[in-house]
Design a binder for this molecule. Sequence first.
Ligand code: NAD
Ligand code: ZN
Length: 353
Amino acid sequence: MKGLAMKRINEIGWIEKDKPSCGPTDAIIRPLAIAPCTSDVHTVWEGAIGDRHDLILGHEAVGVVDEVGDQVKVFKKGDRVIVPAITPDWGSDAAQRGFSSQTNAPLGGWKFSNDKDGSMAEYFHVNEADFNLAYLPDEMTPEDACMMVDMWSTGFMGAENANIPLGGNVAVLGIGAVGLSAILGAKLQGAARIFAVGTRPVSVKVAKEYGATDIISYKDGDTGEQIKAATNGEGVDAVIVAGGGPDILIDAVNCARPGSVVSNINYFGAGDTLPIPRVAWGFGMADIDIHTGLCPGGRTRMEQLTALALTGRGDPGKLITHRFEGLENLEEALLLMKDKPKDLIKPVVIIDD
Ligand code: NAD
Ligand code: ZN
């Protein structure tokens, strides 16, 4: 089969590999929709997780079951399924402690395009299929569902981890697909004012549709000062970090009031340490917590996100700005994610059934 791979740091290309083999609890999936991610960009062009050789990229996909192992009970060949970006080992100690995305090692639930081949191929492998797949409802298109497997799940987690009080104020720093999902998550968690910090007009439009009440441009002045000015000098109850480089944590803490949570869902792709502003952080004593998390995966999570979409709580398809038809256009879609033209939120590649 062919797949789009990271050949080494800074280089991608199509390669030939054997079709993956299916263990007793696994499934092999043929993709119907695949979305490139900013995380693929960190992986390839920043070398964020170290070098990889001929590793097939991609972790956001929806597809058809091509094969299941003999112990798989729930799914069968031909089922149309949503595949979470994170596919934990559900029996692991970390999963049993409630941290399923960190199974066996930090970020261990992130297997696709990290420690095994990902979904940018004719076929890909899913571990523990009964726990790591969910049915694609007839009412949803594969490409819309594909926006939930990482973007919604991660963005919503950003809001869940932020401990937002009902009627509290939230700032979301970075309004790409992840930050936009965090805005919708914050709205669903009961936030009152939601400050979207970003500039791309295409994102500002979706931010408003997803529930942002205030738009702040970080290019027009210091983010912390602008948020403080808009909140009687107090700052917000929760800050969700979904973009920017290392200095974004300075902005985040500058926005936060005592008792708040800075919920980071950003992937810091470079550098050894991250700065925290000492005085704004109350010299380390201001009751401003910094919380981190990796996208939640698994079947139940996907079913819950699907339920939100089907009950009209939000439309994941709003994140899609660029549609491509055919596996052969994956490379162009991924390069678009790298180059981030102004009119881009999220590209998706649709593959015929
Ligand atoms: P994106 O690049 O589309 O969006 C981030 C936005 O932040 C960009 O528009 C950028 O211009 C903006 N930005 C830069 N500096 C800023 C600043 N100082 N203040 C406010 N905004 C600023 O990226 P995305 O696809 O939305 O992903 C966001 C981040 O989430 C990435 O780092 C991605 O790798 C990461 N991610 C994390 C997880 C997870 O599990 N935690 C999952 C998926 C993606
Ligand atoms: Zn992703």
